[in-house]
Write a protein that binds this ligand. Sequence first.
Ligand code: PMP
Length: 408
Amino acid sequence: PPALDVTALRADFPTLRRTINGHPLVYLDNAATSQKPQVVIDRMNRFYTEEYSTVRRSIHLLSAKATQAYEQTRHLVAQLINAPEARQIIFTKGTTEGINLVAHGYGRKFVGAGDEIIISATEHHANIVPWQMLCEEKGAHLRVIPVDDRGELILEAYEKLLTDRTRLVAVGHISNALGTIHPVEEIIRLAHAQGVPVLVDGAQAAPHMPVDVQALDCDFYVFSGHKTYGPTGVGILYGKAAWLERMNPFLGGGDMIETVTFEKTTYAPIPHKFEAGTPAIAEVIGLGTAIEYMRRIGLEAIAAYEHQLLEQATERLLAIPGVRIIGTAPRKAAIISFVIDGIHPHDIGTLLDQEGIAIRAGHHCAQPLMARYGVPATARASFAFYNLPSEIEALGAAIEKTIAVFAL
Ligand code: PMP
């Protein structure tokens, strides 16, 4: 892939021009959420200033145009992840809602007492709690693929967990806490060999690598707009049409029906069956612009550049005595979780903030995973294509300064 002109790309992001505590902002919290390019902000502003209307319900011109722009995003998402048809793309509020939708729509219908759902030890709470709630309601059981010391899933153990009671496998594509890129192709192949569908939580993958849902052959794929350089309040659920058509709706209300009487309601065809109520119209349209922006840069080029950042940052951090990286799998995205002997991650985060460096400190919504590595929390630096080698150097220097302060 072609090298990125990162300096030029950074100019697209107004927040990156900010200073924080007297220092240029070094934004390394991209796994939590990404900054927004001006084109996305402008597109949403233009929609609100000149084009604002609702979608689907009205026949006047503004509404027709809004509907067209809204549906255009569905096509752009389908292209982005190589979905066969745009109707397989459902707009949600985010990854969390997408998983909850499947837990309700699929889970309530196809999971019963004594059945099993498989997740992994590295999951975000968004891919744990909905399944626990479902299991509690149905008398089903949660099974967990274990993770090794480096942060890789133990596939031999996974194969043993797959049984004729398994109704669904739900795994993250990339761990938000460790950065491991999981072998989802293999996980899906093994599940399908037993006739079990697979949901992939792609929150950390969609913004950072090419995703092809047909090549993966996943049954469901979910991600969030706000991590893919788009707005908050919008996310994506991709599903195989055969599943989406058989599933129960999630929310009931306007726009998801075909006919309503007090005796019986029939539902609209997909995707509308799953889009009750007035959606986040401006956000969906802004997401379309974000996807076009990302695709202009190219996901291959983004992945290659971010991998260089990962290698540089790993080397820089490992050179600092007392720093330990949690998550050392060979296949990683540009996320580094680390701990420093004798310094709480929150103190690391606070001191780095003094230098204008934004990282995340905490359990990363993955408490079971923190427990697995015997830490209550980690500090996490996560990168995007707009980060610079000089920012990694700034991170390294600020960590050294932090250690020096604590040594006093
Ligand atoms: N899964 C993963 C792997 C994540 O990183 C996140 C966000 N941190 C989520 C799910 C939840 O995404 P959202 O808060 O946008 O619904």
